[in-house]
Unconditional design. Structure first.
Length: 322
């Protein structure tokens, strides 16, 4: 009976030692001839995607400073991987994801041609979404993951559209990717700050920020950045401090200013709507009525009727004095 071959027996020890001591900034630099398309040159912050197409065989890849996600595109292949000190041999199926944490050298032996999508994510995105928690991403040697597969396909598809030219598009994809990695793969150690309510100073900072520009479309991400928290922990901490969701709180501030302007002026309701973050008078009126129980027109009329007796009294006093 033949000897069972250890997958690591045929890894060149000298080459492995060499790449283990080396590091590269861009994984594409190790395989320039296998890059079919990539996001290089686009204004993406801490995120890159590229399509690898190449022949079967062995690859030795030095350490990189990004987390790397690989998704197999078509046809299965027998794959031998070494990530750090761990070696695995498996059938890698289309749609399955492999994860290589940052700073880990790798070896790859593929029996079939390579046709893979690579996503390189800066570790800071994971820490940002984790907020007050410490997050560590372990190796994954391949498993079905429809979410990572869909994100990989969307990122590659975006290279052929104007979306890839927008930093905000990449930021949203990075945040979604990091949230998924954190929820499904990462190991976290919690800090006490992650469950605490916002301080009075932090809540006041958010309030002042929103009131300064009520017409702006405030996102949870923008408010979370102002107090240096992830979106997930910001929402929990904000509600613990204010009793409302961030969206409900912003709506309340807008409606308070809207009521003040409706009562204090004769400005058209569309102008007030635009000042307080609503693009149409109809949407503004609906939100106003839902919040205050009356329409802007009814609120203005009621305020004027309530003020009428006082105005008449002032006029009468003025005539008496004259």
């Amino acid at each position: 009976m033949g000897r069972v071959v250890d997958p690591g027996d045929e890894i060149d020890a000298d080459r492995w030692a060499a790449i283990s001591a080396a590091a590269i900034a861009d994984p594409c630099d190790a395989l320039p001839e296998q890059v079919r398309s990539s996001s290089k040159g686009r204004p993406w912050r801490g995120l890159a995607v590229w399509h690898q197409v190449g022949p079967p065989g062995d690859l030795y890849i030095p350490r990189v400073n990004t987390h790397t996600i690989l998704v197999r595109r078509v046809s299965s292949t027998v794959l031998v991987q070494r990530q750090g000190a761990t070696i695995r041999r498996r059938h890698w199926q289309p749609g399955e994801a492999i994860i290589v944490p940052s700073g880990v050298p790798t070896f790859w032996r593929s029996e079939s041609a390579r046709d893979n999508i690579h996503i390189d994510l800066d570790p800071s995105w994971l820490q940002r979404v984790a907020g007050g928690d410490e997050a560590r991403l372990p190796s994954c040697f391949g498993q079905p993951d429809p979410v990572l597969s869909a994100l990989a396909s969307a990122l590659i598809a975006s290279l052929h559209t104007d979306a890839s030219l927008q930093p905000s598009f990449a930021d949203g994809m990075s945040q979604s990717l990091a949230a998924h990695l954190l929820a499904r793969y990462a190991q976290t150690s919690r800090r006490e700050r992650s469950t605490a309510a916002l301080s009075r100073r932090e809540l006041d900072r958010i309030t002042a920020l929103v009131r300064e520009d009520l017409s702006h479309r405030w996102s949870v991400s923008q408010m979370a950045d102002a107090v240096d928290l992830s979106c997930f922990h910001f929402c929990r901490s904000f509600k613990a401090a204010s009793g409302q969701s961030p969206h409900a709180y912003v709506t309340r501030l807008r409606m308070e200013e809207a009521l003040r302007q409706v009562r204090a002026s004769s400005r058209p309701f569309l102008d007030i709507a635009l000042d307080t973050g609503y693009s149409t008078a109809t949407h503004f009126s609906q939100t106003f009525r839902r919040h205050w129980g009356i329409t802007p027109r009814e609120a203005r009329r009621a305020h004027r009727l309530a003020a009428l007796p006082l105005k008449q009294e002032e006029n009468s006093r003025a005539r008496t004095q004259s």
